[in-house]
Ligand binder design. Sequence first.
Ligand code: UDP
Ligand code: MG
Length: 312
Amino acid sequence: MRKADKISIVVPIFNEEANINLLYKRLMEQIPLLDLDKYEILFVSDGSTDESENIIKSLGAEDNNVKGLFFSRNHGHQFALKAGLDNSSGDVVVSMDADLQHPPELILPLYERWQSGFDIVQTIRKETEGAGPFKILTAKLYYSFLNFFSDVKVLDGAADFRLMDRKAVDVLGDFNESNLFMRGLIPYIGFKTSYIDFVAADRHGGESKYTIRKMFRFAMDGLMGFSIKPLRMATHLGIWMSFTSVLYLIYVIVSKFFLHNTSPGWSSLVSIVSLLGGIQLVCLGIIGEYVGRAFMELKRRPQYIIAERVNL
Ligand code: UDP
Ligand code: MG
């Protein structure tokens, strides 16, 4: 069985003043159970505007294993995660949410799986206490949609709560894409992976930081970031539509010249034109989405901007 020297716990923070102190306390109950020489807790503040950064600073003043990276503005959860991984130094790195939905008690079983030889230990959220039907339904629909259209398989409930070996973290460091979707990258990079089910707790304090807009953006990054299948589907759709239009045209000609039973035909004309218009717009939209993404990647901007560091 292998043994790590140091564990890093990476926690993205966006206005989590109500949770940081309790999370720290709960982590400090779990970390000694791992029996390691060193640890670090790396809080990445994603442009928090509440007391979060001050709380991190005062924790850092008492315990210099508490580290902080403060973004210059809100860059998004996925980039906060990435920044945490990029700046971590443990042999094993655990990423988890700040709101205590990801139980710290799971860190020990995650670590034990790593000890038995797995390089990535992914948690699978089986249910969420207090989750509304809207979130459950949209998540289910989204994952089936994603797995149908995308070339990587993302398991339903595979949260950004996982343990990674240094090897895997270093590999992720080379992914400098500006549309980041960690849940897809983890299965993409491979490595020996094990899974642990858990029941997510209700959010401890504050409100969810994922607005509908952020969820939509996240969903599109997953969908468009891993395959060009939607583009190909647009082409297929176009081919089939043209084919059926030709068949229909033959039918129209036959009925006009041989059957002599044509009516003014206004309704069929209008419905076909609008159907085609709609399909063309969808296809254009899909192409536009990819062109836009290519444009974003082409600029090679940094993924995040750090304004301040604590104990780093
Ligand atoms: N988060 C972040 N940046 C954002 C939104 C969220 O760093 O723009 C963090 C947030 O502080 C939390 C984690 O990402 O630690 C998950 O967010 P949240 O719990 O609000 O999402 P939910 O559990 O509702 O899906
Ligand atoms: Mg949450």
